[in-house]
Design a protein. Structure first.
Length: 293
Protein backbone atom coordinates (compact mmCIF):
# COMPACT_ATOMS: atom_id res chain seq x y z
CA UNK A 1 0.00 0.00 0.00
CA UNK A 2 1.54 3.28 -1.16
CA UNK A 3 -1.19 5.74 -0.23
CA UNK A 4 -3.67 6.47 2.53
CA UNK A 5 -7.13 7.78 1.65
CA UNK A 6 -9.07 9.88 4.15
CA UNK A 7 -11.60 12.72 4.33
CA UNK A 8 -10.64 16.27 5.29
CA UNK A 9 -12.54 17.34 8.44
CA UNK A 10 -15.41 14.96 7.66
CA UNK A 11 -15.98 17.10 4.57
CA UNK A 12 -16.43 16.14 0.94
CA UNK A 13 -12.73 16.16 0.01
CA UNK A 14 -11.02 12.79 -0.33
CA UNK A 15 -7.34 13.20 0.48
CA UNK A 16 -4.87 10.77 -1.13
CA UNK A 17 -1.69 10.87 0.94
CA UNK A 18 1.69 9.55 -0.22
CA UNK A 19 3.05 7.24 2.51
CA UNK A 20 5.73 5.32 0.58
CA UNK A 21 7.50 8.17 -1.20
CA UNK A 22 6.22 7.19 -4.66
CA UNK A 23 5.79 9.48 -7.66
CA UNK A 24 2.27 10.71 -8.35
CA UNK A 25 2.78 9.35 -11.87
CA UNK A 26 2.85 5.81 -10.41
CA UNK A 27 -0.67 5.96 -8.98
CA UNK A 28 -3.34 3.56 -10.25
CA UNK A 29 -5.37 5.68 -12.66
CA UNK A 30 -8.41 3.42 -12.52
CA UNK A 31 -8.61 3.91 -8.76
CA UNK A 32 -8.28 7.68 -9.16
CA UNK A 33 -11.06 7.74 -11.76
CA UNK A 34 -13.42 5.68 -9.60
CA UNK A 35 -12.81 7.88 -6.55
CA UNK A 36 -13.30 11.01 -8.63
CA UNK A 37 -16.60 9.77 -10.06
CA UNK A 38 -17.83 8.98 -6.54
CA UNK A 39 -16.73 12.13 -4.69
CA UNK A 40 -16.11 14.79 -7.33
CA UNK A 41 -13.04 16.20 -5.56
CA UNK A 42 -9.65 14.67 -4.73
CA UNK A 43 -6.61 16.18 -3.00
CA UNK A 44 -3.21 14.60 -3.70
CA UNK A 45 -0.75 15.39 -0.91
CA UNK A 46 2.86 14.50 -0.12
CA UNK A 47 3.97 13.66 -3.66
CA UNK A 48 6.46 16.55 -3.89
CA UNK A 49 5.05 17.43 -7.31
CA UNK A 50 6.59 20.26 -9.30
CA UNK A 51 5.09 22.17 -12.21
CA UNK A 52 6.20 19.80 -14.97
CA UNK A 53 5.07 16.73 -13.01
CA UNK A 54 1.73 18.47 -12.41
CA UNK A 55 1.39 18.97 -16.16
CA UNK A 56 2.31 15.34 -16.91
CA UNK A 57 -0.13 14.03 -14.32
CA UNK A 58 -3.01 16.21 -15.49
CA UNK A 59 -2.26 15.44 -19.15
CA UNK A 60 -2.63 11.73 -18.37
CA UNK A 61 -6.17 12.14 -17.01
CA UNK A 62 -7.51 15.09 -19.00
CA UNK A 63 -8.16 16.36 -22.49
CA UNK A 64 -9.35 19.51 -24.26
CA UNK A 65 -7.37 21.98 -22.14
CA UNK A 66 -8.54 25.55 -22.71
CA UNK A 67 -7.08 28.98 -22.15
CA UNK A 68 -8.99 31.61 -20.18
CA UNK A 69 -10.29 33.79 -23.05
CA UNK A 70 -13.45 35.49 -21.82
CA UNK A 71 -12.68 34.73 -18.17
CA UNK A 72 -13.78 37.04 -15.38
CA UNK A 73 -10.36 37.65 -13.81
CA UNK A 74 -6.85 38.50 -14.97
CA UNK A 75 -4.65 35.42 -14.92
CA UNK A 76 -0.91 35.16 -15.43
CA UNK A 77 0.31 32.57 -17.95
CA UNK A 78 2.94 30.22 -16.44
CA UNK A 79 6.05 29.25 -18.44
CA UNK A 80 4.45 30.37 -21.72
CA UNK A 81 1.73 27.69 -21.49
CA UNK A 82 -1.71 29.29 -21.92
CA UNK A 83 -3.37 26.24 -20.31
CA UNK A 84 -1.40 26.78 -17.07
CA UNK A 85 -2.50 29.91 -15.20
CA UNK A 86 -1.97 31.60 -11.85
CA UNK A 87 -5.12 32.45 -9.85
CA UNK A 88 -3.61 35.21 -7.68
CA UNK A 89 -4.51 38.46 -9.44
CA UNK A 90 -5.91 39.86 -6.17
CA UNK A 91 -6.01 38.80 -2.51
CA UNK A 92 -9.59 39.29 -1.32
CA UNK A 93 -12.14 36.52 -0.72
CA UNK A 94 -13.87 34.85 -3.65
CA UNK A 95 -17.18 33.23 -2.74
CA UNK A 96 -18.20 29.72 -3.78
CA UNK A 97 -18.92 29.27 -7.49
CA UNK A 98 -18.67 26.98 -10.48
CA UNK A 99 -15.82 27.94 -12.83
CA UNK A 100 -16.91 30.11 -15.79
CA UNK A 101 -20.65 29.61 -15.22
CA UNK A 102 -21.25 33.03 -16.81
CA UNK A 103 -20.94 31.37 -20.24
CA UNK A 104 -22.31 28.22 -21.87
CA UNK A 105 -19.05 26.35 -22.47
CA UNK A 106 -17.56 25.54 -19.09
CA UNK A 107 -14.54 23.34 -18.31
CA UNK A 108 -15.95 20.06 -16.98
CA UNK A 109 -12.88 19.50 -14.82
CA UNK A 110 -10.48 21.76 -12.89
CA UNK A 111 -6.99 21.09 -11.58
CA UNK A 112 -5.27 23.26 -8.97
CA UNK A 113 -1.57 23.06 -8.04
CA UNK A 114 0.13 24.67 -5.06
CA UNK A 115 3.45 26.00 -6.34
CA UNK A 116 3.83 27.91 -3.07
CA UNK A 117 1.43 28.09 -0.10
CA UNK A 118 0.51 31.36 1.64
CA UNK A 119 2.17 32.16 4.96
CA UNK A 120 -1.33 32.00 6.44
CA UNK A 121 -4.99 32.16 5.37
CA UNK A 122 -5.83 31.91 1.65
CA UNK A 123 -7.50 28.51 2.00
CA UNK A 124 -9.44 27.19 -0.98
CA UNK A 125 -13.08 26.57 -0.08
CA UNK A 126 -15.24 23.85 -1.61
CA UNK A 127 -18.72 22.40 -1.25
CA UNK A 128 -20.98 19.90 -3.02
CA UNK A 129 -23.62 21.56 -5.23
CA UNK A 130 -25.95 18.63 -4.58
CA UNK A 131 -25.83 19.32 -0.87
CA UNK A 132 -26.23 23.05 -1.50
CA UNK A 133 -29.47 22.36 -3.40
CA UNK A 134 -30.75 20.12 -0.60
CA UNK A 135 -30.09 22.86 1.97
CA UNK A 136 -32.15 25.47 0.10
CA UNK A 137 -35.56 26.36 1.50
CA UNK A 138 -38.55 25.22 -0.58
CA UNK A 139 -39.37 28.80 -1.56
CA UNK A 140 -35.79 29.49 -2.73
CA UNK A 141 -35.69 26.25 -4.73
CA UNK A 142 -38.93 27.27 -6.41
CA UNK A 143 -37.63 30.79 -7.09
CA UNK A 144 -34.51 29.53 -8.86
CA UNK A 145 -36.35 26.76 -10.70
CA UNK A 146 -38.72 29.36 -12.17
CA UNK A 147 -36.23 32.17 -12.80
CA UNK A 148 -33.01 32.06 -14.80
CA UNK A 149 -30.04 34.30 -14.01
CA UNK A 150 -29.07 37.09 -16.40
CA UNK A 151 -25.53 38.48 -16.59
CA UNK A 152 -25.20 41.88 -18.32
CA UNK A 153 -21.64 43.12 -18.82
CA UNK A 154 -20.49 46.37 -20.46
CA UNK A 155 -16.90 46.61 -21.71
CA UNK A 156 -14.80 49.20 -23.47
CA UNK A 157 -13.02 48.21 -26.68
CA UNK A 158 -9.72 47.99 -24.78
CA UNK A 159 -11.26 45.81 -22.06
CA UNK A 160 -12.90 43.27 -24.37
CA UNK A 161 -9.78 42.98 -26.51
CA UNK A 162 -7.77 42.14 -23.40
CA UNK A 163 -10.40 39.81 -21.92
CA UNK A 164 -11.05 37.84 -25.10
CA UNK A 165 -7.43 37.95 -26.24
CA UNK A 166 -8.29 39.27 -29.71
CA UNK A 167 -8.88 42.59 -31.47
CA UNK A 168 -10.95 40.92 -34.21
CA UNK A 169 -14.67 41.65 -33.86
CA UNK A 170 -15.49 38.67 -36.08
CA UNK A 171 -13.67 36.33 -33.67
CA UNK A 172 -15.44 37.94 -30.73
CA UNK A 173 -18.82 37.37 -32.42
CA UNK A 174 -17.90 33.72 -33.04
CA UNK A 175 -16.92 33.23 -29.39
CA UNK A 176 -20.13 34.81 -28.15
CA UNK A 177 -22.23 32.74 -30.56
CA UNK A 178 -20.60 29.50 -29.37
CA UNK A 179 -21.31 30.54 -25.77
CA UNK A 180 -24.96 31.45 -26.43
CA UNK A 181 -24.13 35.02 -25.40
CA UNK A 182 -25.95 38.01 -26.89
CA UNK A 183 -23.45 40.61 -28.16
CA UNK A 184 -24.22 44.27 -28.88
CA UNK A 185 -21.45 46.37 -30.45
CA UNK A 186 -21.72 50.13 -29.93
CA UNK A 187 -20.50 52.87 -32.29
CA UNK A 188 -17.35 53.39 -30.20
CA UNK A 189 -16.59 49.64 -30.39
CA UNK A 190 -17.52 49.14 -26.74
CA UNK A 191 -19.81 46.14 -26.21
CA UNK A 192 -22.68 44.84 -24.10
CA UNK A 193 -22.85 41.10 -23.35
CA UNK A 194 -25.91 39.28 -22.03
CA UNK A 195 -25.92 35.66 -20.92
CA UNK A 196 -28.90 33.81 -19.45
CA UNK A 197 -28.55 30.53 -17.54
CA UNK A 198 -30.13 28.48 -14.75
CA UNK A 199 -28.80 28.58 -11.18
CA UNK A 200 -29.69 24.90 -10.73
CA UNK A 201 -28.77 22.15 -13.18
CA UNK A 202 -29.41 18.39 -13.28
CA UNK A 203 -26.46 16.19 -12.36
CA UNK A 204 -24.74 14.21 -15.12
CA UNK A 205 -26.55 11.00 -14.10
CA UNK A 206 -29.86 12.86 -13.94
CA UNK A 207 -30.64 11.69 -10.40
CA UNK A 208 -29.88 14.94 -8.56
CA UNK A 209 -30.34 18.68 -8.78
CA UNK A 210 -27.14 20.71 -8.40
CA UNK A 211 -26.92 24.35 -7.25
CA UNK A 212 -23.86 25.49 -9.18
CA UNK A 213 -23.37 28.89 -10.83
CA UNK A 214 -21.41 32.16 -10.56
CA UNK A 215 -24.06 33.94 -8.48
CA UNK A 216 -22.30 34.49 -5.15
CA UNK A 217 -18.99 36.04 -6.34
CA UNK A 218 -20.78 38.12 -9.00
CA UNK A 219 -23.10 39.66 -6.40
CA UNK A 220 -20.09 40.09 -4.10
CA UNK A 221 -17.77 41.77 -6.61
CA UNK A 222 -20.02 43.35 -9.29
CA UNK A 223 -23.59 43.20 -8.03
CA UNK A 224 -25.04 45.35 -10.84
CA UNK A 225 -24.11 42.71 -13.44
CA UNK A 226 -26.53 40.03 -12.20
CA UNK A 227 -30.33 39.97 -12.03
CA UNK A 228 -33.07 37.53 -12.84
CA UNK A 229 -33.97 37.12 -16.51
CA UNK A 230 -36.98 39.44 -16.11
CA UNK A 231 -34.65 42.16 -14.72
CA UNK A 232 -35.94 41.76 -11.17
CA UNK A 233 -33.42 41.79 -8.33
CA UNK A 234 -32.48 38.70 -6.33
CA UNK A 235 -34.02 39.44 -2.90
CA UNK A 236 -31.67 40.31 -0.03
CA UNK A 237 -33.18 37.57 2.14
CA UNK A 238 -32.38 35.00 -0.56
CA UNK A 239 -28.78 36.22 -0.79
CA UNK A 240 -28.54 35.98 2.99
CA UNK A 241 -29.82 32.40 2.88
CA UNK A 242 -27.32 31.44 0.16
CA UNK A 243 -24.38 32.92 2.07
CA UNK A 244 -25.44 31.17 5.29
CA UNK A 245 -25.70 27.81 3.53
CA UNK A 246 -22.32 28.35 1.87
CA UNK A 247 -20.64 28.94 5.24
CA UNK A 248 -22.41 25.97 6.79
CA UNK A 249 -21.34 23.38 4.23
CA UNK A 250 -17.91 24.69 3.20
CA UNK A 251 -14.80 22.56 3.57
CA UNK A 252 -11.53 24.54 3.75
CA UNK A 253 -8.30 23.31 2.18
CA UNK A 254 -5.15 24.75 3.75
CA UNK A 255 -2.54 24.42 1.02
CA UNK A 256 0.79 22.62 1.33
CA UNK A 257 3.54 22.92 -1.27
CA UNK A 258 3.07 20.43 -4.13
CA UNK A 259 -0.62 19.75 -3.39
CA UNK A 260 -2.79 18.88 -6.41
CA UNK A 261 -6.57 19.28 -6.34
CA UNK A 262 -8.91 17.60 -8.88
CA UNK A 263 -12.45 19.03 -9.13
CA UNK A 264 -15.64 18.05 -10.97
CA UNK A 265 -16.84 21.46 -12.22
CA UNK A 266 -20.36 20.13 -12.87
CA UNK A 267 -20.88 19.36 -9.18
CA UNK A 268 -18.33 21.02 -6.86
CA UNK A 269 -18.31 24.75 -6.10
CA UNK A 270 -15.02 26.32 -5.09
CA UNK A 271 -13.84 29.66 -3.72
CA UNK A 272 -11.07 31.21 -1.65
CA UNK A 273 -10.50 32.87 1.70
CA UNK A 274 -8.73 36.23 1.71
CA UNK A 275 -4.98 36.37 2.31
CA UNK A 276 -2.49 39.15 2.94
CA UNK A 277 0.99 37.94 1.88
CA UNK A 278 2.62 37.62 -1.53
CA UNK A 279 3.76 34.02 -1.03
CA UNK A 280 0.61 32.27 -2.26
CA UNK A 281 1.02 30.90 -5.78
CA UNK A 282 -1.70 28.53 -6.97
CA UNK A 283 -2.00 27.40 -10.60
CA UNK A 284 -5.11 26.18 -12.43
CA UNK A 285 -5.80 24.12 -15.55
CA UNK A 286 -9.23 24.01 -17.20
CA UNK A 287 -10.15 20.88 -19.17
CA UNK A 288 -12.36 17.84 -19.65
CA UNK A 289 -11.76 14.34 -18.26
CA UNK A 290 -10.03 11.88 -20.60
CA UNK A 291 -12.35 9.10 -19.38
CA UNK A 292 -16.12 8.44 -19.57
CA UNK A 293 -17.79 11.02 -17.37
Amino acid sequence: MNTKIQSISDGIVKEIININNISILELDQEEIINLFKSYGILLFRGFLAETEIFKQFTNSLSTDFINYAGGAFSRRVINGDETLLSVNDFQSEIKLHGEMYYQQNIPLMLWFFCANPPLKDGETTVCDGRQFFNELSSSTKELFMKNNLKFTVRMSQEDWQKKYQTDDLKKLKEMCSKNNTCLTVNDDQSIILQYICPAIIPSRCGKFQVFINSLLPTKQLSSQILKFEDDSEIPDEVMSELNQIAEKITTKIAWQKGDILMIDNTRILHGRRAFADNQRDIYIRLCSPAFPF
